[in-house]
Design a protein around this ligand. Structure first.
Ligand code: C2E
Ligand code: MG
Ligand code: MG
Ligand code: MG
Length: 284
């Protein structure tokens, strides 16, 4: 009896894997098409100063506008793009589009873009990013790249060289999702980061004593190393005030705004501008 059940279970899994594989292949083909036809577009989430809430720039977050399925989350298609080797093309397309969108923003607003660990295998990563900046005329000092620690586990020397080239061109480097990796302190010693982004899982469990202490410690660590800190996932003024009081310099989260398309970012900029920017013609 057990045997028969076992076989049935096996057949069930076999069938399920088959379906999963089909779904994956279908999605992979659709993704290839999506990247080429521009269905994947940058959304922009505000990055603000604490405690002023002044708008400093935006993080670029990819969204797939699938014609039948609607908007697909990056948690689904980024891993797929990584596994199938399409992440590089996807990233450069987004960066190009973001630099173009940002051209109409005030010149002091920055862009922050996520770079996948897979892209660090490419020794020309830094050169390619800088070449897109030249091509689009976007000032390197306005760009920040966000990397997670998994980008650094393969070859720290290659990572050091890549980050070095970008930083000497004026690009800032942020260590994303800080606290979720497992060798954080090693990387802080070995590489020079401009910013640490405290993972939103800590911020969103701030009522937990341990989370609160860990956040305070990360901010303190940043202060003693001369690295600025951003808290991700801020959804309430209580959290934002708590973080600011502990010296956290930047904030990001639904409290300041969710990721929105370029048109939404433009509106937000317009609404937060303290005074109307004098137009070029008026200034000339
Ligand atoms: P991430 O880089 O840590 O981005 C922050 C994520 O937190 C975003 O999810 C954002 O929508 C979400 N978030 C921001 N504020 C809040 C908040 O107050 N509450 C909650 N619950 N969530 C908040 P999203 O856009 O779904 O992106 C998920 C992840 O996918 C990103 O995490 C990043 O690792 C990856 N990703 C997104 N776009 C790209 C891309 O263009 N390239 C690469 N390599 N990865 C990307
Ligand atoms: Mg990020
Ligand atoms: Mg993050
Ligand atoms: Mg994250």
């Amino acid at each position: 009896r057990g045997k028969r059940e076992g076989r049935g279970t096996f057949r069930f899994f076999e069938q399920k894997m088959d379906e999963e594989l089909k779904e994956r292949v279908t999605l992979e083909i659709a993704l290839r098409h999506a990247i080429q036809s521009g269905e994947i577009r940058p959304h922009y989430q505000p990055l603000v100063a604490l405690p002023s809430h002044k708008l400093l720039g935006f993080e670029v977050l990819a969204r797939w506008y699938h014609p039948q399925r609607g908007i697909i989350s990056p948690d689904i298609f980024i891993p797929l793009a990584e596994d199938s080797g399409m992440i590089t093309e996807l990233c450069y397309g987004l960066l190009r589009q973001a630099c173009a969108d940002a051209r109409s923003w005030p010149g002091d607003l920055g862009l922050s873009i996520n770079i996948s660990p897979y892209q660090f295998k490419d020794r020309l990563l830094a050169a390619r990013i800088l070449s897109i900046l030249r091509e689009t005329g976007f000032d390197a000092r306005r760009l920040e790249i966000e990397i997670t620690e998994s980008a650094l586990t393969n070859d720290i020397e290659v990572a050091r060289a890549t980050l070095g080239v970008l930083q000497s061109a004026g690009v800032s480097i942020a260590l994303d999702d800080f606290g979720t990796g497992y060798s954080s302190l090693y990387h802080l010693r070995e590489l020079k980061f401009d910013k640490i982004k405290i993972d939103r899982s800590f911020v969103q469990s701030l009522e937990n004593q341990e989370s609160a202490k860990i956040i305070s410690a990360i901010i303190g660590l940043g202060q003693s190393l001369g690295i600025l800190t951003t808290a991700e996932g801020i959804e309430s003024t209580t959290n934002s005030e708590w973080l600011a009081a502990r010296g956290c310099t930047y904030g990001q989260g639904f409290l300041f705004g969710p990721p929105v398309p370029a048109s939404g970012a433009a509106k937000l900029i317009e609404n937060t501008a303290p005074t109307k920017q004098p137009s070029r013609r008026a200034a000339a």
